[in-house]
Write a protein that binds this ligand. Structure first.
Ligand code: AMP
Length: 215
């Protein structure tokens, strides 16, 4: 099962990707997480990546591809994976086609008016990557992860100013990619307008319908 999940910042794609990974026993591969890990390493590459991420723009394709290839070569990807946040433009889609074949692209559509509140209220666990929201999915303790007791933080690019730029990048670079997957007939779009659990159900129904007759 090789899938892509796409969506604007704040669409909830990361949250749903985690559910899919858990429900289907495949790894969630978030290029955003791979890049944030590179930043944590404190290398020169990490420094370069951090600067770009904080502007809301895309990190150069070659850097992301390198990290992605390394990750996809790991054993846990043998039976499939869910790509979260990759590809983000047409060049990346071409790069991806050369290394693997994707069966389904889930596109999570969200009203951009909702996104700012969703993102600026988001808190992420430093240790396990779990995602909370101060209003819609609050942790029991403001600063601690319910799942692993790690500390929660607000991502450096989750500020209002950067979110606006990320939305612009999404419109200019990622929307053409969505159109291309639509033409290829592998795109399914789901509206993200209910609760997290309602969305999980919608995604589950889609996956069941798609994979009941494919391997
Ligand atoms: P995300 O965690 O998916 O919201 O991504 C956060 C940021 O990481 C984006 O705004 C980009 O700067 C960078 N990023 C993540 N995935 C990619 C990608 N596939 N290509 C380029 N930049 C990316």
């Amino acid at each position: 099962m090789k899938l892509i999940i796409l969506g604007a910042p704040g669409s909830g794609k990361g949250t749903q990707a985690k559910f899919i990974a858990k429900d289907y026993g495949i790894p969630q591969i978030s290029t955003g997480d791979l890049l944030r890990n590179a930043i944590k390493d404190g290398s020169e590459l990490g420094l370069k990546v951090k600067k770009v991420m904080n502007t809301g723009k895309l990190v150069p394709d070659d850097i992301v591809l390198l990290l992605l290839k390394e990750r996809l070569n790991q054993r846990d990807c043998e039976n499939g994976f869910i790509l979260d946040g990759y590809p983000r433009n047409l060049t990346q889609a071409e790069d991806l086609e050369k290394i693997t074949n994707i069966l389904l692209v889930i596109n999570i559509e969200v009203d951009h008016g909702l996104v700012i509140e969703r993102i600026t209220g988001r808190r992420t666990c430093k240790k396990c990557g779990a995602i909370f929201h101060v209003k819609y999915n609050p942790p029991k303790d403001d600063e601690t992860c319910d799942k692993c007791n790690g500390s929660l933080y607000q991502r450096g690019d989750d500020t209002e100013e950067t979110v606006k730029k990320r939305l612009l990048t999404y419109k200019n670079e990622t929307i053409p990619l969505i159109k291309q997957y639509e033409r290829q007939g592998i795109l399914k779009t789901l509206k993200s307008d209910g609760t997290i659990d309602e969305m999980r159900l919608k995604v589950g129904t889609l996956l069941k319908a798609t994979f009941s007759h494919k391997s």
